[in-house]
Design a protein around this ligand. Structure first.
Ligand SMILES: Cc1cc2nc3c(=O)[nH]c(=O)nc-3n(C[C@H](O)[C@H](O)[C@H](O)COP(=O)(O)OP(=O)(O)OC[C@H]3O[C@@H](n4cnc5c(N)ncnc54)[C@H](O)[C@@H]3O)c2cc1C
Length: 379
């Protein structure tokens, strides 16, 4: 079998992976980033809206521009970015102390991939919602619609029903409007809107109804979606029978949450915690983003779904820590850089919007401390 080696292998060239690559390669490490896509950037190149926050988090800059800036930095840092490159497995053996070898399909060829450190930055996947008619053509994830519109310039349909009012549902609805589609309504099963008020307000100003305590009960059509049936939900979340109504739509977009892509971390043997606010099971990690498996780091949505700015900062942390552990950064230099990143992360997780994420991250770090304590006592 063909072989590839690097000091640090990063799985995923999204916000987190690119920042990790930049930090580690600019410190002097031989870095290889593998991404299964044909284009780097992960979710960033779909994000045509301007980012929020402060100047240091590139507020006011559109997501795809941030992606271009990151790519430029990574190119100058000397990291190798392999596209069309799927890491399909990680294969630990008993008693192994180094990070396990990986299996890579690069442009159709199989390789054994070895690294002194691994950073898994595989992102998140969209959740699905089953309902009668949900397999009809025209029903898709909101992220898929976003890819069609913002990357391929193709409208998924003319009249869209969006299910889910988190930020993804709200932002993608607005982007569909901008692309020329009609958004029949945004449905939200909870009694309140999930995403930021500023995104909801833009939709309302454009005349899009946002129906809280509502769900889709059926997609109707012979060979594709032609109509949808929606209904109001009562206090216990049950459908109120006489509230059902049918509306015309040829596309249903599901924006019903994201789940971290944790398969490779499970294969490595990492310990996990179940944190609903982060999208489910997430790998335990230290402040340096190192998991319970020596030399295996995680960063970005795989550690808990947040947003692109936090993914970038976690990538920075993982890249700095991996480079330090291999001697490419002095302890003092790494500590200085880490301190700056942690300060920025703290700001991102502050305020009322960041509170739940801050609490969830604290819970995740506390579970890691408990694990380390348990391991030390057992040793
Ligand atoms: C559909 C969707 C829409 C979103 N919209 C917004 C938004 O509007 N604003 C916002 O702030 N945040 C948004 N987010 C969240 C935001 O994109 C993320 O927080 C951030 O981009 C995560 O960065 P990441 O690097 O962790 O993952 P990603 O950007 O998803 O990158 C992960 C990369 O890993 C690659 N990969 C995965 N597994 C493998 C493997 N086994 N081998 C090789 N490559 C692999 C993928 O191809 C992908 O390129 C969205 C997320 C999703 C899924």
């Amino acid at each position: 079998m063909r072989q590839m080696k690097a000091d640090i292998v990063i799985i995923g060239a999204g916000s987190a992976g690119l920042c990790a690559a930049y930090q580690a390669a600019s410190a002097g490490a031989d870095v290889l980033v593998a991404d299964e896509n044909k284009l780097p950037g992960g979710q960033l190149f779909k994000q045509i809206h301007k980012f929020f926050g402060s100047e240091e988090h590139r507020a006011g800059v559109r997501g795809y521009r941030i992606g271009e800036q990151l790519l430029e930095q990574v190119e100058h840092s000397g990291a190798r970015v392999l596209l069309d490159s799927l890491v399909y497995g990680v294969f630990p053996s008993e008693g192994q102390t180094a990070p396990p070898p990986m299996g890579l399909i690069h442009q159709g060829r199989n390789y054994a991939l070895e690294a002194k450190k691994i950073i898994i930055a595989a992102g998140a996947r969209e959740n699905y919602l089953p309902f009668p008619g949900s397999t009809l053509p025209g029903v898709m994830g909101a992220g898929a619609a976003q890819t069609l519109v913002n990357l391929h310039r193709v409208l998924p349909g003319r009249r869209v029903l969006m299910v889910g009012s988190g930020n993804v549902g709200l932002i993608v609805s607005y982007q569909l409007l901008q692309a020329g589609a009609e958004v029949a309504a945004v449905l939200e099963a909870a009694p309140r809107i999930g995403g930021y008020g500023v995104h909801a307000a833009k939709l309302r100003r454009a005349g899009v109804p946002i129906l809280v305590s509502h769900t889709i009960t059926r997609a109707i059509g012979e060979n594709e979606v032609q109509e949808v049936e929606i209904a109001a939900l009562g206090e216990q979340g049950a459908v109120i029978p006489d509230s059902k109504q049918t509306i015309a739509a040829d596309t249903v977009c599901l924006a019903v949450g994201l789940s971290p892509m944790t398969e490779l971390a499970w294969m490595c043997g990492c310990r996990f915690a179940y944190i609903p606010a982060f999208g489910g099971h997430v790998p335990l990690h230290s402040e340096d983003m190192e998991t319970t498996v020596n030399g295996v780091y995680v960063a970005g949505d795989i550690t808990g779904v947040e947003e692109a700015s936090t993914a970038m900062e976690e990538g920075n942390l993982a890249g700095i820590a991996a480079a330090r552990s291999l001697g490419f950064l002095s302890d003092a230099e790494a500590a200085r850089k880490k301190h700056e990143v942690l300060e920025r992360l703290e700001k991102l997780r502050s305020g009322s919007f960041g509170q739940l994420r801050r609490e969830s991250k604290t819970e995740q770090l506390a579970a890691m401390c408990a694990y380390l304590e348990e391991a030390a006592n057992g040793a």
